[in-house]
Write a protein that binds this ligand. Structure first.
Ligand SMILES: NC(=O)c1ccc[n+]([C@@H]2O[C@H](COP(=O)([O-])OP(=O)(O)OC[C@H]3O[C@@H](n4cnc5c(N)ncnc54)[C@H](O)[C@@H]3O)[C@@H](O)[C@H]2O)c1
Length: 324
């Protein structure tokens, strides 16, 4: 785990319940959410007195308490930092990665950090590690079964497993194009549908966040990466498509499109092309690469009930890169 320290608040904060939830009713094979009519909606009332504002330090709807979240590619980089965000927000966590050993090491370290910072906590989070190659549907099915065996349920999913390579389009090795598509696109599809099947069978609501990229919205220069750019556009549109298909059963699906973030993935590119860092940062209005922790608030928001009416959105976390 990286050396940065974060304050882990007590899991006793917040009740993890949304203030306003639709009710579930069964239709033929799937669950339908019966949305309330406008007259049923609670009237918004002004907050009375200072105490009403100050007795809580965060809105309870941002809490992930009671939720089991799965993060693919969670052993490293952005996935690891977002895993930490789930724990900080009160959730339980299943880290899924190709590298199970690293996932196990990070799971123990996350738990040790939590216990170190919350010595009196009676219920520390449950954090587990699981192997999967997300590009292989049977590997995904096995991982989901293993997680259900450990945690009993899954509520939230973050798909961060993915990779990028740079080759000129006309000489891009065909086997590498297929591998990239298999991991970035099919991997997202396989995991999301496996979790959706579980949520539908359980008649439960859930929230998913797919990690796309600014490269799914713009063409980055100077590095050539046409298949990666196309794969991330596909991830964003998968999120939108699932969001529409599953809205009626209470499953929300959103996409986060990060800009240039300082991780192992970008380090490998910058090591080969040291001058590129200057070119990249010159194009970011905020003038810096993103830090993995810049995604923590965004992912916690999209998984939590604070974003109950947000689905199919693409949240760009890129320092303004795609605006210019
Ligand atoms: N770093 C950036 O600048 C950046 C920017 C935009 C989007 N992204 C996207 O964010 C995601 C994470 O990127 P990162 O920078 O953290 O990368 P990273 O290489 O640091 O971490 C990726 C993790 O995914 C795992 N993984 C790879 N293939 C897998 C597979 N087939 N099955 C299961 N796990 C697998 C790896 O073992 C690793 O732990 C990727 O989808 C990437 O495209 C990254």
């Amino acid at each position: 785990m990286k050396s940065e320290k974060f304050e882990l608040p007590s899991r006793k904060n917040g009740n993890g319940k949304s203030e306003f939830e639709g009710t579930l009713a069964r239709t033929d094979s799937a669950v339908k959410v019966e949305h309330p009519s406008e007259s049923d909606l609670p009237k918004s009332e002004p907050v009375k007195g200072r105490g009403a504002v100050h007795h809580k330090r965060t809105l309870s709807s941002f809490s992930l308490e009671g939720k089991v979240g799965v993060v693919t590619g969670g052993a490293r980089g952005l996935g690891l930092m977002m895993s930490q965000a789930l724990i900080i927000s009160g959730g339980d966590l299943a880290i899924v990665d190709l590298d199970k050993q690293e996932a196990e090491r990070q799971a123990s370290e996350l738990l040790a950090t939590f216990i170190g910072e919350n010595p009196g906590e009676s219920r520390p989070p449950k954090i587990t590690a699981h192997h999967a190659d997300v590009s292989d549907s049977s590997s995904v099915e096995s991982a989901v079964a293993e997680i259900l065996n450990s945690h009993g349920k899954i509520d939230n999913l973050v798909t961060s497993a993915g990779f990028c390579e740079n080759f000129e389009a006309i000489s891009y090795p065909v086997d590498r194009i297929k591998k990239l598509w298999d991991v970035n696109v099919n991997g997202t599809y396989f995991f999301a549908t496996a979790v959706a099947r579980h949520l539908m069978a359980r008649q439960a609501q859930g929230s998913m966040v797919f990690i796309g990229s600014m490269s799914g919205n713009v063409v980055n220069v100077p590095q050539p990466q046409a298949p990666y750019n196309a794969s991330k556009a596909a991830v964003r549109h998968l999120a939108a498509s699932f969001a529409v298909e599953w809205a009626a059963v209470g499953i929300r699906v959103n996409c986060i499109s990060p800009g240039y973030m300082a991780t192992e993935l970008t380090r490998r590119i910058l090591d080969k092309n040291p001058d590129m860092r200057k070119q990249w940062t010159a194009l970011v209005p905020q003038g810096r690469l993103g830090k993995p922790e810049d995604l923590m608030g965004s992912v916690a928001f999209l998984l939590s009930d604070a974003s109950q009416y947000v689905t199919g959105a693409d949240l760009r976390v890129d320092g303004g890169y795609t605006l210019t």
